[in-house]
Design a protein around this ligand. Structure first.
Ligand code: UDP
Length: 415
């Protein structure tokens, strides 16, 4: 029930010119200490969502550092993903009742994954659990493995019910041990214990984030029918109520009253563990009501990483009007492209928006006013973009996360 993901090859040396020298050297020192450590990363999906994004870079860089890192994805089916989607939403504040059936489904899939792991005969020094979906699936021989756990979901305002004894995490009390926790997200997850914060990061060399020339980016976006001579607002997000695509459309409509030539591009990946995504996609299509200046794209209409990169590189304003958010990797991506940002004041977004590096908003009219201001004042927008990019360079590129994790491994393994 655990499917191994081949995350390819990466070399830290390629990042040398992008990151600070002392960080580079620190990683080299840590690599010496943790060389040969056997680390299994477990999460729920290899496609879509922030955790998978990160692992595609982090796992190969750990291997480059000499760690024997592997990545296993739980092979769930729809009933399991429906349950874990419920957890995900509940952890972000949605009402949720954990039924006996849901709990049984959850435990069954986890048990099967754990059994498969045992059958594989492999041993791990550290099992790193990244999603709420598989916290009980990972086993380590004779309890030798230590198990940091970090969830990609925001848990700053979880529903009280789900934090009672029925919460799946209560079923696994080890997960509450602060000394075993790596809070993968943000101090906003106030409910979670643990002394460490390893905020996520993006890979500046991945197809999604590598430097694209304006000409190349235009060449790509032109193929999707967006008018290159007119400004466009962009939100890249799963189709999900917490990402508020309908609110983005409302804001765009308000902007359009003042700036009629504005266009809106909404890009959303349809993940297989996201059964509600389709309903929300159609809701958004209906809400757009045939407006020919609103463009809706997804991975299924061939908007993959490089296309997302092109749209992010050219957007006149990157919007992330989330109502709840985990960390918000897509915000990091937009900032890295030196775009002006308008984003909800939720989850991990405020920590990414350094003073002057973006505009935080609490509602649709504020979002619309911020977009209008940025479109009318390109110099202000340019300054904001440059500032945001440097903030990301300093704090949110993968080598920093690699350093944090290698340090944790060295500590756990006492090397
Ligand atoms: N993403 C993508 N295509 C899409 C929508 C999202 O590649 O159509 C990526 C996006 O670029 C980001 C990740 O999915 O890297 C979403 O991570 P984030 O933390 O923003 O949100 P999550 O989906 O984990 O809540």
């Amino acid at each position: 029930m655990l499917q191994q993901v081949n995350a390819g090859h990466k070399s830290l040396a390629d990042y040398r010119s992008i990151i600070r020298r002392d960080l580079y050297e620190e990683i080299q020192d840590l690599s010496e200490r943790v060389k040969g450590a056997r680390v299994l990363h477990v999460n729920a999906t290899a496609f879509g969502g922030g955790v998978a994004e990160i692992l595609y870079t982090l796992v190969p860089l750990m291997r480059d550092a000499g760690v024997e890192a592997e990545w296993g994805v739980m092979l769930g089916a729809e009933p399991f993903f429906n349950v874990t989607k419920g957890f995900h939403n509940a952890l972000q504040g949605a009402p949720y009742d954990l039924t006996i059936e849901s709990r049984a489904i959850y435990e069954e899939y986890n048990r099967e994954s754990a059994a498969a792991l045992e059958r594989s005969g492999k041993e791990w020094d550290i099992v790193f659990v990244h999603d709420p979906s598989p916290p009980s699936s990972s086993t380590s021989p004779a309890g030798s493995g230590r198990r940091p756990s970090g969830s990609g979901a925001a848990t700053s305002t979880p529903r009280p019910r789900t934090r009672g004894p029925e919460l799946p995490f209560s079923v696994h009390p080890r997960l509450r041990r602060p000394d075993l926790h790596d809070e993968g997200v943000h101090p906003a997850r106030r409910g979670a214990p643990g002394p460490r914060h390893h905020p996520p990061a993006i890979d500046p060399l991945s197809p999604k984030n590598m430097a694209l020339s304006t000409d190349d980016a235009r060449f790509i976006t032109n193929q999707f029918g967006v008018d290159p001579e007119r400004p466009f607002l962009l939100q890249v997000s799963r189709f999900d109520p917490w990402k508020d695509p309908l609110g983005v459309i409302d804001a765009y409509r308000m902007v359009k009253e003042e700036i009629p030539e504005v266009q809106l591009v909404l890009v959303g990946s349809m993940a297989h563990d996201d059964p509600e995504g389709w309903d929300y996609w159609y809701k958004t299509v209906n809400y757009a009501a045939g407006d020919s200046d609103i463009f809706l794209f997804s991975n299924l209409t061939n908007v993959g990483a490089i296309e997302v990169n092109a749209f992010q590189s050219l957007a006149d304003v990157v919007i992330q009007k989330s109502i709840r958010e985990g960390f918000g990797l897509v915000v990091t991506e937009g900032l890295w492209k030196a775009r002006p940002l308008v984003a909800g004041r939720v989850g991990g977004i405020p920590m990414q928006v350094d003073q002057g590096g973006g505009i935080l908003v609490d509602n649709v009219p504020e979002a619309a006013a911020a977009c209008t201001k940025l479109l009318k004042d390109p110099e202000f927008a340019r300054r904001m973009g440059r500032h945001g990019k440097e903030h990301v360079r300093e704090h949110y590129l993968t080598p920093r996360l690699l350093r944090d994790d290698l340090k944790l491994f060295a500590e756990l393994l006492n090397v």
